[in-house]
Design a protein around this ligand. Structure first.
Ligand SMILES: NC(=O)C1=CN([C@@H]2O[C@H](COP(=O)(O)OP(=O)(O)OC[C@H]3O[C@@H](n4cnc5c(N)ncnc54)[C@H](O)[C@@H]3O)[C@@H](O)[C@H]2O)[C@H](O)CC1
Ligand code: K
Length: 454
């Protein structure tokens, strides 16, 4: 797990004040980290074009040019005259060793975007936009210094300074960042970083269910009751995934339980041995609120997904102690509307995913939320996690039902709601990563059949 930050200038300040490391020292380490990265990937003599802006992001780029010259065929393009004190200082140092400047985006092996970093505001003017378009059309290996400029530069790798920035994990930014690597700035990351409520999940954080105890039986692993309605297929996918992920027993529950697999049980009412409930997937609108209340008149841990996220009964669900909500963007705006927290468009949500998740969690601190997306957000109270390992392979009907089953299974096996949710989410993305077929071909059944190989 790695920490994520809204901003790192306060962390830089700690370096100046607590460790006697000046801005200059931090910048030299930033440039050195980028130089090491390039040296590890490209042999001496490779051509490197560095495009610089006028602030400290540009200054990082100018320092990089000095460190690579003359072993590499370095060219520098100043889009604007150096303006910040550090950019002026770095330019003076570079001028002292003499380096060719160029004025167009020439063909090169490595192209470094040091136009703007965290100081970017507003929009680019057409001139800079067209340079970035040219850079994007280059065949070079593309490196973003700190962050891709304005999230318009398509990087193969983003070399980010000091610590991970939350903004890099906004869904829309996933196209631009490429592989992300943190560069240490003169002190180890553990020393540079301070507390943060936001964390990035690593695949290694996955904690799978275990069967280490020998004297057990199916009841030891819980019983998930999956309340199904009109579209039975969704409930079946959820149930099959839950059973495969270790729940001792799984039942589909409701009025429509025909044609279900032999391994799944069925009943009209909640089974007595129920230890967790999954509700919402394929529910349709055939149940009255009274019917639904009969499934909710208990305090079992519960995962709510899909159709139920649009229903008034959600208010009742949110009062429960151990509840997990797994909306996608459209469902989350419905949840926010039902809760009278915000009436917003999907677009507004996607631009401000972190803010609206924080708003929801502040109002419902007992609820665990998983907001689906290119980068999944998992949150409870003041703890926030981003799972960035999902891929477009998962963009298919039924993937979410499998995820609900994984969460429900862990809830039934008595993981806490937060643990159940982030472990299920990590398992879900791992299933897609492990799938060896073509990207477009993954089906929910493929996901379920991979569970046994985790
Ligand atoms: N710990 C760290 O992350 C460190 C980061 N470093 C680098 O410093 C930059 C941030 O530098 P700063 O000077 O604050 O800002 P920028 O260079 O990103 O941008 C300011 C620069 O850009 C111009 N500008 C702003 N908006 C626009 C716009 N819409 N169009 C055109 N130009 C724009 C503005 O006029 C300024 O001139 C960080 O990203 C790192 O790369 C340090 O190296 C040390 C530690
Ligand atoms: K940049």
């Amino acid at each position: 797990m790695q920490k994520l930050y809204d901003e790192v200038s306060s962390l830089d300040k700690r370096c100046y004040e607590n460790f006697g490391l000046s801005e200059d020292i931090l910048m030299e380490h930033a440039a050195d980290g980028m130089a090491d990265f390039i040296k590890s990937k490209f042999s001496k003599g490779s051509s490197v074009l560095i495009v610089c802006g006028s602030g400290n992001n540009g200054a990082d780029g100018i320092a990089l040019a000095r460190l690579l010259h003359p072993d590499y065929n370095v060219k520098i393009l100043h889009l604007k005259k150096p303006k910040s004190d550090m950019a002026k200082l770095q330019k003076k140092r570079l001028d002292a060793i003499g380096l060719k400047e160029c004025c167009t985006i020439e063909s090169c092996d490595v192209l470094v975007d040091a136009i703007v970093g965290t100081g970017f505001r507003g929009e680019f003017n057409p001139e800079i936009s067209s340079v970035i378009d040219e850079m994007n059309n280059s065949d070079a290996y593309k490196i973003a210094c700190d962050v891709p400029s304005g999230y318009k530069f398509f990087a193969d790798a983003t070399l980010t300074m000091g610590a991970l920035k939350k903004d890099m994990y906004l869904d829309a930014h996933k196209e631009y960042v490429g592989d992300i690597k943190v560069i240490d700035l003169g002190v180890g990351r553990d020393i540079y970083e301070c507390e943060s409520n936001w964390n990035l999940l690593d695949l290694e954080d996955l904690n799978l269910p275990n069967r280490n105890k020998k004297d057990t039986h199916k009841g030891s692993y819980g019983h998930l009751a999956c309340v199904v309605g009109e579209k039975i297929g969704a409930g079946v996918l959820c149930s099959k995934s839950a059973l495969r992920f270790g729940a001792g027993l799984v039942s589909v529950v409701g009025y429509n339980t025909t044609n279900i697999p032999h391994s799944i049980m069925s009943s009209e009412l909640l089974p007595k041995t129920t230890s967790a409930i999954a509700i919402g997937m394929g529910l349709g609108d055939s149940y009255s609120d009274m019917d639904l209340k009969s499934f909710l008149n208990n305090d079992y841990p519960l995962i709510a997904d899909a159709d139920i996220l649009h229903m008034d009964i959600l208010q009742e669900i949110l009062k429960r102690e151990n509840v997990v909500l797994t909306p996608h963007a459209k469902e989350f705006i419905s949840v926010l509307r039902l809760c009278k927290l915000a009436d917003i468009s999907v677009d507004e949500l996607q631009k401000n995913r972190f803010k609206y998740v924080e708003l929801f969690c502040k109002t419902y601190p007992k609820v665990t939320l998983l907001l689906k997306g290119a980068n999944v957000i998992i949150a409870k109270d003041d703890k926030f996690f981003i799972n960035p390992h999902g891929s477009s392979k998962l963009a298919k009907g039924g993937s979410g039902d499998v995820l609900s089953g994984l969460i429900g299974s862990l809830l039934a096996q008595r993981y806490t709601p937060l643990e159940a949710t982030f472990n299920a989410s990590l398992a879900h993305v791992s299933l897609a990563l492990n799938y060896t077929g073509s990207d477009f071909s993954l089906t929910p059944d493929d996901l379920i059949s991979q569970i046994g190989k985790l």
